[in-house]
Design a binder for this molecule. Sequence first.
Ligand SMILES: Cc1ncc(COP(=O)(O)O)c(C=O)c1O
Length: 451
Amino acid sequence: MKKPITRRSFVRAAAAGSAALAGWNARRPRVLAAETARPAVLGGKPVHEGGWASWPEWQQAWEPEVLDVLRSNRWFRGGPGGRVGEFEAAYAKLLGAKRCLATASGTTALLVALNVMDVDAGDEVIVSPFTFIATYNAVLAHKALPVLADTDPSSLTMDPASIESRITDRTRAIVPVHIYGMPCDMDPINEIARRRKLAVVEDACQAWLAEYRGRKCGVLGDLGCFSFQESKHLPAGEGGAVTGNSDDLLDRCHSFHNCGQAHGSFRGDKPYFTRGANYRMQHFQAAILLQQIEKLVQETARRRENADYLSAQLRQVPGIQPARLPEGSRPVWHLYPLRYDAQGFKGLSREKFIRALVAEGIPCGGCYTEQYNDGLLDETIRSRGFQRLFSPARLKAYRESFPELQGNRQVCATTVTMYQSLLLGSRKDMDDIVEAIRRIQAHSEAIAKSA
Ligand SMILES: Cc1ncc(COP(=O)(O)O)c(C=O)c1O
């Protein structure tokens, strides 16, 4: 890590007329200002004024397609084709997947995928704890136990080394989560799954177009699940998809999401030969999604470029650590996270750092908390159903295992996140973020003392 640039070292070098400094100064012209200006939280002028892109966005050009669905009197996906069918084909192509099934949401995509991978009552599923709560809920809805692997503090994703010790004779599947659009290290996860005969369902709900070693997230395991909820990079208010390369699995997914009706190769002698639910997407959702695919591709490139720049700059700030990415992976940054070490900021707490950064006009926040301590899993353990399905000893050991999640605890306590639309800004906007952080660092002692 490079040493911080102090004003004194800057002036000394400038006086020496260093040619090297001229290059350095051209690249980082605003560092000096960051050190001298009063932080906004202490009454100074914010570094960034003028706000950021709002989300979601809509375009007038999309209206005819939505109206077309309205006037067609064909709003739900009965039968093949229509906008939902078109979207499925387009999304599969985008991902390099053989098949895609559109669903009502990311949660329902997970419900479908877990069902098709035969997760049943009394089973166990190994999941990432650092995720939106829907990942836990999808497992619980099957009356299966979400067993929490630990989080690698450097990458914020499932630590493959923590998986095997959590496998029991009831484990059926692993659900890695590509959190914030950062791919999990899938090779070791898939290797464990193959060897231990477990299914892999990727929670790619935040990872549209993310890549791992030349392939897109969503086709790296048995099935992948996506969300198109309003905050997402490809939004339709609500929406989701299951993706994969197996016709058999995708036929089963289609059947389950459509009330258990036969689909493709998956059929029986009678109409209601299998269980199912209604998790269908509407044509309205698909009409909105179809029109945003090119936008997603372009914006993903922009977010990547800005995030790469930001990471390169922030790596030079002591106390700030951008996430480590698995070799050969390309994230898409649903949120941009950084690990905050208060020691680099003279003990300034993460909460005060966030408040100071927001005051500088840089919207940011914390991250997922240790949700396993929030009561949801205690309620599960106490429930009639789970007490029938699992022994008291298993439930006790399960509850007592949460404090073992040391990596996850660290991540929850130290991560700061910025919303994806910040990464749609200009290079100057990225410089504002860096300048704001440097300014807070230069004044961290005074900020720490302030109320
Ligand atoms: C990681 C993760 N998993 C699952 C979901 C559930 O998706 P949805 O909200 O579309 O049901 C989300 C959505 O926020 C998510 O971020």
